[in-house]
Design a protein around this ligand. Structure first.
Ligand SMILES: Cc1cc2nc3c(=O)[nH]c(=O)nc-3n(C[C@H](O)[C@H](O)[C@H](O)COP(=O)(O)O)c2cc1C
Length: 190
């Protein structure tokens, strides 16, 4: 099957770090989650769970908690030092003002489920882009994913952990150039 327009979706996607306030319709968010669940899944297990947070107060609270947790972690994780000024900046929002956060959760400590959830995440990201919506995988949130407060705020189920937190919304960013990537390192065995 050849589909040039799908290639174009992949080629033109970029991470979005500025969002308009307008909400994403719930039907669209549900559709994105349904498309996420069509990803390949080991042994057909479909181990994922989803939560969708559109409550701005919750997002603001989680943003503040994650930034605090990241600051407290800088001693143990030196790579975080370069983000210190962002974590200390009251204006910096790890969710960039996005109107929705989709949290893909997988059973705790299950490596195969982790892979399934990440494949589902990419489906969601590309499906959102195909609908003209921006996304960003919010890795910073993973640094604080064991916090009970954050788990509760993001409706993480018992026995599950946050694998892929993805914000979704209408982009308020200037149009970006296509992703720049190094040529793929391929070992051909012919
Ligand atoms: C696992 C993962 C975690 C990420 N975490 C963050 C994050 O916390 N904040 C952020 O602004 N971007 C985050 N990103 C987005 C990357 O910075 C972005 O994908 C990368 O710079 C390439 O840019 P592109 O997505 O526009 O091609 C994350 C991406 C991935 C895959």
């Amino acid at each position: 099957m050849s589909d040039v327009s799908f290639d174009q979706v992949i080629r033109s996607r970029r991470t979005t770090r500025a969002y308009r306030e307008e909400p994403v319709p719930e039907a669209t968010l549900s559709e994105l989650v349904e498309l996420a669940t069509l990803a390949p899944t080991a042994v057909g297990l479909q181990p994922w769970r989803f939560s969708i947070i559109t409550n701005r107060d919750v997002l603001a609270r989680v943003n503040a908690e994650v930034k605090q947790a990241c600051l407290a972690m800088i001693g143990q994780v030196p790579d975080l030092e370069r983000f210190r000024s962002a974590f200390e900046d009251p204006e910096y929002d790890i969710f960039y003002g996005a109107p929705a956060l989709v949290v893909i959760q997988g059973p705790r400590g299950n490596q195969t489920a982790l892979l399934d959830c990440l494949l589902a995440a990419e489906n969601l990201i590309l499906a959102a882009h195909a609908r003209g919506l921006g996304t960003c995988f919010v890795g910073f949130l993973l640094l604080a994913r064991d916090s009970q407060e954050i788990r509760r705020a993001l409706a993480v189920e018992d026995g599950y952990e946050i694998v892929a937190p993805i914000i979704v919304g209408a982009s308020d960013a200037i149009p970006q150039t296509p992703p720049e990537r190094e040529p793929a390192h391929i070992a051909w065995m012919r």
